[in-house]
Design a protein around this ligand. Structure first.
Ligand SMILES: Nc1ncnc2c1ncn2[C@@H]1O[C@H](COP(=O)(O)OP(=O)(O)OP(=O)(O)O)[C@@H](O)[C@H]1O
Ligand SMILES: [Mg+2]
Length: 700
């Protein structure tokens, strides 16, 4: 049996499957088991029997409540559940049932076996909706080659110019979603530049206007509320969709309804219908103009060369008329192919995924890909490669970040809406902790409350107590799905652990603010300087040390609440102890160099301060110590009790010894001239660590 890769338009109301045949350069729409090119996306389940498509839709039309339609609009919604045949299904589960049955039907009818599939989604689908579509496809037994945006698929099948250049806009009004997409097309190169839409706006909203109207009229006439009776209501919904379609070609139609023994017959005219649905039409125009606005640079209707109407709902005369009025020219319609063009583009993309390129020739029978269009460049052969089609993101990607005032949290946007997908956006950070958390959101507002919280990433692999420099790469992959990776400045990859968040945005924000407050209290640092005052430090070294300490304290600001100073040579002395930062100024003047280095300031420090986390000891020395082994032992005790030790060497200091007594990464051997700078860096690291709220930092 022939094994094929297909394109699937998984629509809210109707779905289609297509295949590209490289031998003929043709796209064929694959018929289902009853010989139809489009299959209603309806699922029926009762008494262990599962039906999809027309049979399921017939059940729905007969008022059978064991049917489910329009589940696509609930994709990715974890609160949506439908019971069919006693079993609970979410939208992903229903899509999976539908897709596996559709796969079997198409395979049977065409004598093929389907392996891979490109599945289309509305451009405006967000992360959860894309992920749910991928999972549904995989569980239905497809290798999901790629997820592509429906309007982009339409452009692939329709819009290639064969040499010419144009700016094209796809206005896609389907059963449940509205998408507007603008692309620059140059020969076989398609660059989507902007997209906008609403995944809860489509033909079903037009149906609903009729349904509500009839429910009202019936109630007025008989005092009976049809919407209270599930079976009658289900039937009415199907009846109204039919009436809506009739109004596309006739000026008036009758809708007959029965409920509770009453029968009502109501006439609806196209004029009335158009009037009642005006606001829906206006909504699509508003979203279109918003898309122009987001492009900036005065982009408007005049900037577009061609508008293509896609989606079954664009058959409604009001769509054509409104667009023509706004555009000043007639939009292009693709007549009979309006329901299958998206699947055709997806089929071409599927071939592109497996073969790397595809060549379209201008002549040939059937649904030749190029025949969808009639592009400006005329009938020439075209080769499309994988890089020929570049799409953009429909939602901005951001991260929770502390606002400048540190007292509130904002959505800091990292990847702007309409940025190219497949390209990583890198951000550089410094952080003094071992691991941090990042909360990633989708949405356009700087207020996180208006955005969708996607995931929490725990990024680890950094060193504690040192200023880690690293970059994080944020990426919308080719499926429009978010990926986050990180690496240290050294190139070592960081560990990134992704999880979903069970808390709401406001719960997360309240917790982060609380944690930051607590961390701030905790993070008050207790700093001790131990300065070598042996004879060799006299003159410039001791003066530089004094200057460095003063700079350090002023740099640290309110992160430090206790400072102490030890001078050590042949013995150690507290020059100030646990004082307010201001007191250090007086104490440093007492630093006076004389004698050898016979003291162990580490032991001296430990005896007086006892144990306790969060203390910092900064040792500065310029030469050999007599009691090195004692100092090493003392340092181990201190580190074990939670003290962070920095050991800075100048002059003849022994770096290996410094390394041994310092905390990891805390030893430095420097030139005296670098002393002020080095102390500043340490202060910076400490301040960063102190201001980080728990393990969460304001990365944005
Ligand atoms: N002649 C017609 N007049 C008016 N509406 C029509 C007509 N034919 C189809 N429709 C409407 O078009 C919609 C289906 O279009 P289409 O198949 O493009 O959508 P879909 O792919 O199922 O949905 P989506 O793209 O939103 O997921 C339905 O709402 C249907 O009622
Ligand atoms: Mg569609």
């Amino acid at each position: 049996m022939k094994s094929i890769n297909v394109g699937i338009d998984l629509g809210t109301t109707y779905s289609a499957v297509a295949v590209f045949d490289a031998a003929t350069g043709r796209v064929d729409i694959l018929k289902n088991d009853i010989g139809e090119e489009i299959t209603p996306s309806v699922v029926y389940m009762e008494n262990g029997e599962t039906l999809i498509g027309q049979e399921a839709k017939d059940q729905q039309a007969a008022g059978n409540v064991n049917t489910c339609a329009f589940y696509k609009s609930m994709m990715g919604d974890e609160n949506f559940v439908r019971y069919l045949d006693g079993k609970p299904f979410d939208a992903e589960g229903l899509s999976c049932v539908f897709l596996s049955k559709l796969k079997a039907a198409v395979e049977k009818q065409n004598g093929v076996s389907i392996t891979g599939a490109v599945i289309t989604v509305p451009a405006y689908f967000n992360e959860a909706q894309r992920q749910a579509t991928i999972h549904a496809g995989e569980k239905a037994g497809f290798k999901v080659l790629k997820i592509i945006n429906e309007p982009t698929a339409a452009i692939i099948a329709y819009g290639l110019t064969g040499g010419g250049k144009k700016t094209a806009m796809v206005y896609d009004l389907g059963g449940g979603t509205f998408d507007v997409t603008i692309a620059k097309i140059d020969g076989a190169q398609v660059d989507v530049i902007a997209t906008n839409g609403d995944h809860q706006l489509g033909g079903r909203n037009w149906d609903k206007v009729l349904v509500d109207e009839i429910v009202d009229r019936f109630e007025q006439e008989f005092g009976v509320d049809i919407s209270a009776n599930k079976e009658d209501y289900t039937e009415l919904v199907v009846r109204c969709e039919k009436a809506k379609k009739q109004l596309t070609s006739v000026a008036a139609t009758d809708i007959t309804v029965r409920s509770e023994g009453y029968t009502g017959k109501y006439t609806v005219t196209r004029e009335e219908f158009e009037d009642k649905t005006k606001r829906l039409m206006a909504e699509t125009i508003m979203l279109t103009e918003k898309c122009f606005e987001e492009l900036g640079g005065g982009f408007g209707w005049h900037s577009v060369d061609e508008i293509v109407l896609v989606g079954g709902s664009t058959r409604m005369p009001q769509v054509f008329d409104t667009i023509q009025r706004k555009f000043g020219k007639a939009p292009k319609t693709i007549g009979g192919k309006v329901d299958t063009i998206v699947a055709a583009g997806a089929a071409m993309q599927a071939h592109l995924c497996v073969a790397g390129s595809i060549t379209l020739t201008p002549t040939g029978g059937g649904m030749q890909a190029a025949q969808f269009g009639g592009g400006a460049g005329g009938p020439v052969s075209l080769t499309i490669s994988s890089s020929s089609i570049r799409d953009v993101t429909s939602h901005s990607l951001g991260m929770l970040a502390f606002a400048g005032d540190g007292a509130s949290i904002i959505n800091s946007i990292i990847i702007k809406k309409n940025s190219m997908v497949g390209k990583p956006y890198s951000k550089r950070y410094t952080f003094a902790g071992e691991q941090l958390e990042a909360y990633v959101l989708q949405g356009e507002s700087s207020s996180p409350y208006d955005c969708t919280l996607l995931y929490k990433y725990v990024i680890s692999g950094m060193k504690k107590g040192v200023k880690n420099e690293f970059t994080i790469d944020f990426l919308y992959d080719q499926n429009g799905v978010v990926q986050v990776t990180g690496k240290l400045a050294s190139g070592t990859p960081l560990k990134v652990n992704k999880s979903t968040v069970s808390e709401s945005v406001s719960e997360v924000i309240d917790r982060l603010l609380r944690e930051k407050e607590e961390a701030k209290k905790r993070a008050k640092v207790d700093i001790t300087f131990a300065i070598d005052t042996s004879g060799s430090m006299s003159g410039t070294p001791i003066n530089e040390a004094k200057r460095s300490i003063l700079e350090f304290v002023s740099q640290l600001g309110d992160a430090a609440d206790k400072v102490s100073l030890i001078g050590f040579a042949n013995s150690s002395t507290w020059l100030c102890r646990d004082d307010a930062p201001r007191a250090i100024e007086k104490a440093v003047h007492k630093l006076d160099a004389d004698g050898g280095t016979n003291a162990d300031p580490l032991e001296y420090y430990g005896k007086a301060k006892g144990s306790g986390d969060g203390r910092i000891l900064i040792v500065l020395t310029d030469g050999e110590w007599f009691r090195k082994d004692d100092a090493i032992r003392s340092s181990d005790v201190l580190k074990g009790s939670g003290v962070t030790i920095y050991a800075i060497g100048v002059g003849d200091a022994d770096y290996r010894f410094l390394e041994r007594i310092a905390s990891p990464g805390g030893a430095k051997k420097i030139d005296l001239r670098q002393l002020v700078e080095t102390f500043k860096e340490i202060a910076d690291t400490i301040a960063t660590e102190a201001s980080a709220a728990g393990s969460y930092t304001s990365l944005g």
